[in-house]
Design a protein around this ligand. Structure first.
Ligand code: SF4
Ligand code: SF4
Ligand code: SF4
Length: 375
């Protein structure tokens, strides 16, 4: 089997296809600390892309509560139970990836959810890790915790869905790394559904083909961010591209946050697919749990996030989240603000570190009305 470098694992991995990296790689950063699970992203994607027959229980974007939630139900636990826990040494994965568990001709390790697993999108919603004792109180650290995990297709570097498809109906675009399923070629064998460790390919029982998040490619081709990104109420999302040719660029916000500063981390990197949704880990959750989810850099990322106010360059990059509907490819931090430019070199975002505040008069003489906060 050919090998390829997996920078997230610090080593080469075995992967069935030997394709060169795309010209640039679509990527997303989600700041878990800011997600309020309003599901606006879920509905934005659903109403635009998956409202046809057979798509009733299909959600390309979903937001689940960890540790107990998951859509489809127990999508990750079922795979984790089949495999040994990830072990790392000096940033290098010592355990196997899903491509290395079996022989070179075998499919990646996976499982096939049942139709019922797709029927309870919000199972486990808001459940915390234990019961709160009567009389218990908050003393600076939450003894019980939960957090919201927003999930879309990761448009992986080494997609398991591509590796598993016997029809070669799943492919990764050279221009931006978006992973798509050719509906004409697909015969509904569902090998991609079984292989995707994130369960982000879905079988449509009416069309009898598999489908997945299309990365909002018609918008991306116009320089616009994805719908689930634009609609995000909490402004937790940044959508852009990682450099794949040469070194990471310090003025590319995605390269800077993900590769240079390593504040945002891939989900279950030990699976080996090289996922491209990167998460800023929740600071209130224990490192042990987060380590299995996001790999060995959790502690460092949490410490960095907690001291952001002294880190102007990084704080400036984070201010770009939700600041514009255009894809920002370059940014610069000044004394008082951050500026973002799109691929054409047009300024598309300018965000001050401190927002201006306007205090209006309690009484508005012009209209003879009182201006309370809620009017
Ligand atoms: S819209 Fe944003 S804040 Fe709301 S659930 Fe989705 S990711 Fe979280
Ligand atoms: S997340 Fe799943 S569906 Fe998306 S590219 Fe990776 S393996 Fe394929
Ligand atoms: S990128 Fe587009 S298609 Fe994919 S989950 Fe977000 S809104 Fe849906």
């Amino acid at each position: 089997m050919p090998t390829r470098t997996n920078w997230q694992l610090g080593r080469d991995i075995e992967y069935p296809y030997d394709a060169p990296p795309p010209q640039k790689q679509v990527a997303y950063i989600f700041d878990i600390n800011k997600c309020i699970e309003c599901q606006t992203c879920t509905i934005a994607c659903k109403t635009c892309w998956t409202s046809a027959k057979g798509e009733e229980t299909i959600f390309w974007n979903n937001v689940e509560t960890k540790p107990y939630g998951g859509y489809p139900t127990t999508w990750d636990l079922k795979l984790l139970e089949q495999r040994e826990p990830a072990q790392w040494q000096n940033g290098v994965l010592k355990t196997k990836t899903i491509f290395e568990d079996h022989g070179p001709l075998d499919s990646p390790t996976g499982h096939h959810p049942t139709p019922d697993d797709y029927s309870a999108l919000n199972l486990g919603e808001d459940d915390i890790t234990g019961t709160v004792e009567q009389g218990g109180h908050f003393s600076g650290v939450h003894p019980m915790w939960m957090f919201y995990l927003a999930r879309i297709c990761n448009h992986c570097d080494n997609p398991a869905c591509v590796a598993a498809c016997p029809r070669k109906a799943v492919y990764k675009r050279d221009e931006d790394g978006i992973v798509l399923i050719d509906q004409e070629r697909c015969r509904g064998y569902q090998e991609c559904v079984k292989a995707c460790p994130y369960k982000k390919t879905f079988f449509n029982m009416i069309s009898r083909t598999s489908e997945k998040c299309i990365g909002c490619y018609p918008r991306v081709e116009q320089g616009e961010v994805a719908l689930c990104v634009e609609s995000c109420i909490g402004k937790i999302r940044l959508h852009g591209f990682l450099s794949t040719q040469g070194e990471p660029q310090a003025d590319n916000p995605l390269d800077y946050i993900v590769k240079i500063r390593q504040l945002a981390l891939p989900l279950y990197p030990q699976f080996g697919t090289g996922p491209n949704v990167y998460y800023i880990p929740p600071v209130h959750v224990p490192d042990g749990f987060l380590g299995q989810l996001f790999g060995p850099n959790v502690e460092k990322a949490k410490a960095m996030y907690s001291t952001l106010k002294n880190d102007k360059e990084l704080l400036g990059a984070l201010l770009l989240f939700g600041a514009t509907t255009r894809i920002v490819t370059k940014f610069k931090v000044n004394e008082n603000e951050v500026i973002g430019w799109d691929v054409k070199g047009e300024e598309v975002a300018r965000v001050p570190f401190t927002e201006h505040t306007y205090i209006r008069d309690h009484y508005d003489k012009r209209f003879d009305v009182y201006r309370h906060n809620t009017t």
